[in-house]
Design a protein around this ligand. Structure first.
Ligand code: PEP
Ligand code: MG
Length: 581
């Protein structure tokens, strides 16, 4: 009997069939002992040497990746160097060795664990995934202190599908693509460096299976279906032949789809649709551009605020400018900080709220911390001089909030003007529509804003009163709920009536199964992560607006989500039998 693991997240799409290889990585043993006063200098020297060696190793990997992959990918290791070169950490380690007379492995491991624990309590995917950068560096340092070589995947000399509790970005980057055909990890999410690396290497990967590694043994036959995020262990012959066909179809389709890069996203009846990218970390910009995106519809700026210290104006400006210049003359929509609630950032004490999603989040947080907000606004405004920037505020609930945020922006423009610092005087300022009150008051907001961008990830949760991260009520979290569709229809109508540009940047914009519905609702600007950009574009090029509207009308007559799901499924499987939706 085959067994299925269906809890994973697709980090890099594809289908592979083969033998499993379970890799547990290095088991690092931490010796713990006290040293005498006479040995302190010796211990500090040992630390110094291991630091240097580790730096050299990381720089070596960085160079190798810059040649074999890209400069962008090699930049991932800059964050490893930053962990290693953090003067506070280094100084603290030296101090502790001197004062507490403990050996360096013990001290270093304690400091790393402390950093990891402080990140572990934070419910933010991006930040939690930085834990692996710290573990990676810690492991290297300790192995170097013990003069051991890091285990490597380089010794694998036959084709395998790799299973591991977790993989570090360096392990992923150094994988031999001739032998490692796909990988599956228990930990990690879409935005981890390991996932980004997998996409760059074009290795199908599923991450976050929780316990996948414990269910499979080396040598087991497995199917990795990194389309739907499932793994089949010990498949039957029937399942193997089914997936072999699936695999061929997928490869053919991928080849076919990559031809779409430079073709317009135009429907058969000539309606032009714009596809933009969602960026979570700047490294993703290359992949997004390679997929033919027409700019960035959502640049989440949170990543900068997840570091140990507050990013100053220059640091922010340089990061924004990098992306803005890269896409110039295409637009880059930068969203101001969306932290607070569940997304806590590193340098504040996590402040417990009873209902964090209804608490001091996003624009509420920025208006509460005005100086922080002004610094970010100046950095964004300055970056606007280097390309086409649009500025957007998250979680706008009331008209007053938007008016206040806009007037602070105007004040900062005045400051820059008086200092002779150039910026785009015409920068469009828009609103994320993700709270029901913003939909209901959209006609009023339209008088103040230059554009709308619909964030369905939050809109669905606030409209249906269902926590977007709770597994218990996940069955309710469905964008096909008729209430959501009615709401979306309403917001598009108001935007069109007021001639205000509207885009959609929630996850549904990047899921091919919703494309016809979104077109039927009237959306013409979709912003998404690059994974399914081609599939979405292909669907756009195969449908007419009138048939999308017709489908939507039929859907709107249904009463339950189950009926809507069924109708959609029937329509799509008939119309696109060769696209996996
Ligand atoms: C959304 O809510 O749909 C959105 C795009 O924002 P985030 O997922 O960052 O909250
Ligand atoms: Mg949101």
């Amino acid at each position: 009997m085959s067994e299925r693991i269906s809890k994973g997240t697709v980090a890099s799409p594809g289908i592979k069939i083969g033998r499993a290889f379970v890799y547990q990585g290095d088991k690092v043993i931490i010796p713990k002992y006290h040293i005498s006063s006479d040995d302190i200098e010796n211990e500090l020297q040992r630390f110094e040497m291991a630091l240097e060696k580790t730096k050299k190793e990381i720089i070596g990997i960085q160079k190798q990746i810059a040649t074999s992959l890209s400069k962008e990918m090699s930049d991932i290791f800059t964050s490893h160097l930053m962990v290693l070169e953090d003067p506070h950490v280094e100084e603290r380690a030296r101090d502790t060795i001197r004062k507490e007379k403990r050996n360096v492995e013990w001290v270093i491991n304690d400091i790393s664990l402390e950093l990891i624990n402080s990140l572990n309590v934070i419910e933010d995917d991006y930040l939690r995934e930085r834990i692996i950068d710290i573990s990676d560096v810690n492991k290297r340092l300790i192995l170097n202190l013990q003069k051991k070589k890091a285990a490597s995947l380089a010794h694998i000399t036959e084709e395998v599908i790799l299973f591991a509790p977790d993989l570090t970005p360096s392990e992923t980057a150094m994988m031999n693509r001739d032998y490692i055909k796909a990988f599956v990890t228990d930990k990690g999410g879409k935005t981890s460096h390991t996932a980004i690396m997998a996409r760059a290497l074009d290795i199908p990967a599923i991450v976050g299976t929780l316990n996948g590694t414990s269910l499979v043994k080396s040598g087991d036959m497995v199917i990795v279906d990194a389309i739907h995020g499932q793994v089949i262990i010990n498949p039957s012959n029937k399942e193997i032949s089914e997936f072999e066909k699936y695999q061929l179809d997928f490869l053919e389709l991928e080849q076919e789809l990559s031809k779409l890069t430079h073709l317009p996203a135009q429907t058969v009846d000539g309606e032009e649709v714009f596809i933009f990218g969602n960026i979570e970390i700047p490294d993703e910009k290359t992949i997004i551009k390679e997929h033919g995106a027409q700019g960035i519809g959502l640049y989440r700026s949170e990543f900068l605020f997840l570091e140990q210290s507050l990013p100053d104006e220059d640091r922010q400006f340089n990061e924004y400018r990098r992306v803005v210049e890269f896409f110039n003359p295409l637009p880059v929509t930068i969203r101001t900080l969306d932290v607070g609630g569940d997304k806590v950032y590193a340098y504040t004490q996590p402040y417990k709220e009873r209902n964090p999603f209804l608490g001091c989040r996003a624009i509420r947080f920025s208006l509460e911390n005005e100086e922080l907000f002004r610094i970010q606004l100046r950095a964004i405004l300055k970056a606007s001089h280097y390309g086409k920037v649009k500025l957007m505020f998250p979680m706008i609930t009331t008209v007053e909030e938007f008016v206040r945020a806009r007037s602070i922006t105007t004040e900062e423009m005045e400051t820059l003007r008086s200092q002779g610092i150039p910026f785009d005087e015409e920068i469009p300022i828009g609103i994320m529509i993700e709270v029901p009150s913003a939909v209901i008051n959209a006609d009023i907001l339209a008088r103040h804003a230059d554009f709308f961008s619909v964030g369905t990830n939050d809109l669905v949760q606030y409209l249906l009163a269902v926590d977007r991260i709770s597994e218990k009520v996940a069955y309710l979290y469905n964008p096909l709920n008729i209430a959501v569709l009615r709401f979306l229809k309403q917001i598009v109508t108001v935007a069109n009536d007021h001639s205000i540009p509207i885009s959609i940047c929630g996850e549904i914009a990047g899921e091919p199964r919703y494309t016809m519905i979104l077109l039927g609702l009237g959306f013409r600007q979709l912003s998404m992560s690059p994974i399914y950009m081609y599939q979405v574009k292909r669907i756009i090029r195969l449908v007419g607006i009138s048939e999308c509207e017709e489908l939507l009308n039929r859907i709107m007559e249904r009463e339950t989500t189950a009926e809507i799901e069924q109708l959609l499924e029937d329509t799509l499987s008939k119309k696109f039998p060769d696209i996996y939706l």
